[in-house]
Design a protein around this ligand. Structure first.
Ligand code: ADP
Length: 403
């Protein structure tokens, strides 16, 4: 039984093929980049073979046909109709979706209706779904939502202090994102702690180009730093995170900025890039070590914001079993982990510097024996999380059909 996990963006498509016959085993993964541009490329990634095909890829249909050709050439999959299921990542599930769901007409319409809340992401996710439905109409298609893990946050965490009608009429509330990653990290941390997820209180930090923190009590997300959109919270690659909304009013008036200009500023021109001209943390660390003051400031602001969230989430959780670092930066940068944890000894966090530097992959505890709170560094794996949830759903469906 094979499961295809798809993350489809507007100009790229990432996939992983799993064998789900007996447990869940990754077979191969790959990506198609620059869809719709002159110089598209499909890359098949595998430990033993890495193959890059340069090709002009007009749309998601051509991209998936190219992927299938590659998979077939290497003997991984003969036809999409051989799949037991296809899982699709969908960024925004609104208030409607709290679980993975088999896609039918109503689900498609509901995802479409959420486009105004995620104009950059949901249309591209839908494109992937519709294309797979055309290519393999009999394969069960499953939607998994980035908002779902945060769906049961309490109202005090998800409500903004705005007029009630904005909530009731326009659904303006906090949703939270990166849910597949926070969910996966919860289970990784529970494994490291030797507990069930329901026994764990955690602060999970997904620090990539997009960055978010989650407060997890008894296995459930009770708060998270991203809100109505993925703009809120931590400092990110090109987004500012928390911001005084008054700045936007000021810019509209003083600089005559319209919605498009503000969108550009907030989504693409701020964050680490706004502070020091690059959003690549590796470059920032290199510049900082050469004495560049702007890079140092960007690094400091980035880490300071994370510290504040750890403090806030410790306050609401009471007991914290572990703080988990993940995402491109959280996983790879021992320097960021060291700076974030420094000075948080009063909250019970004491890093073991040697263990911290030793972490390379997988998941590892990196705290000192004296630390009251465990600290972990981990690779996140959203595709694996999608595979686990989809395999469960397909199993339940099979049971329903059989009984
Ligand atoms: P995305 O959110 O786009 O998936 P990633 O999770 O891949 O992003 O994270 C990208 C970030 O991780 C970039 O800022 C990159 O510089 C940073 N990063 C990757 N490798 C390292 C490393 N070895 N040291 C520090 N930062 C790293």
């Amino acid at each position: 039984m094979k499961l295809f996990v798809l993350n489809s963006g507007s100009s790229s498509l990432k996939y992983t093929l799993y064998d789900i016959s007996n447990g869940i085993r990754e077979i191969v993964s790959g990506l198609v980049e620059r869809i719709g541009e002159q110089d598209g490329a499909a890359t098949l990634l595998h430990e033993a073979e890495k193959e890059k095909l340069a090709a002009q890829v007009a749309d998601h249909h051509e991209a998936l046909e190219l992927v299938l050709r590659q998979l077939r050439n290497h003997g991984y999959l003969q036809a999409f109709s051989d799949l037991a299921g296809c899982a699709h990542r969908v960024v925004h599930g609104g208030t409607k979706f709290s679980e993975p769901i088999l896609i039918n007409r109503q689900v498609l319409d509901a995802i479409e209706a959420l486009i105004p809340l995620a104009p950059l992401h949901n249309p591209a996710n839908l494109e992937g779904i519709r294309t797979m439905m055309k290519l393999s109409p009999d394969t069960p298609q499953i939607a998994l939502f980035d908002t779902a893990f945060h769906h049961r946050m309490p109202e005090i965490a998800y409500r903004y202090a705005l007029p009630e009608t904005l909530f009731t009429q326009l659904d303006i509330r906090r949703y939270g994102f990166h849910g597949l990653s926070h969910h996966y990290l919860r289970d990784e941390a529970a494994g490291l702690l030797g507990k069930t997820p329901e026994q764990c209180n955690l602060i999970t930090l997904h620090l990539g180009n997009g960055a978010s923190a989650a407060a997890i009590r008894a296995g459930k997300s009770i708060d998270t730093s991203m809100g109505f959109t993925p703009l809120e919270g931590l400092v990110m690659g090109t987004r500012p995170g928390d911001l005084d909304a008054g700045i936007l009013l000021y810019l509209m008036e003083k600089k005559d900025l319209d919605a498009e200009a503000l969108d550009q500023l907030l989504n693409h021109g701020s964050g680490l890039k706004g502070l020091c001209r690059t959003n690549d943390m590796r470059e920032i660390l290199a510049q900082k070590s050469r004495g560049d003051q702007q890079a140092k400031l960007a690094f400091d602001v980035f880490c300071y914001r994370i510290k504040k969230y750890i403090g806030a989430y410790t306050a609401i959780l009471g007991r914290v079993d572990a703080v988990v670092f993940a995402g491109g930066i959280g996983e790879h940068s021992a320097t960021v982990r060291e700076e974030v944890c420094s000075g948080l000894e009063h909250l019970g966090l004491v890093l073991d510097t040697a263990k911290n530097r030793k972490f390379t992959h997988g998941a590892l505890m990196i705290h000192h024996p004296e630390s009251r709170v465990a600290i972990a560094a981990a690779e996140t794996n959203e595709a694996m999380q999608m595979a686990r949830e989809s395999a469960d759903l397909l199993k339940k469906r099979k049971n329903v059909v059989q009984s």
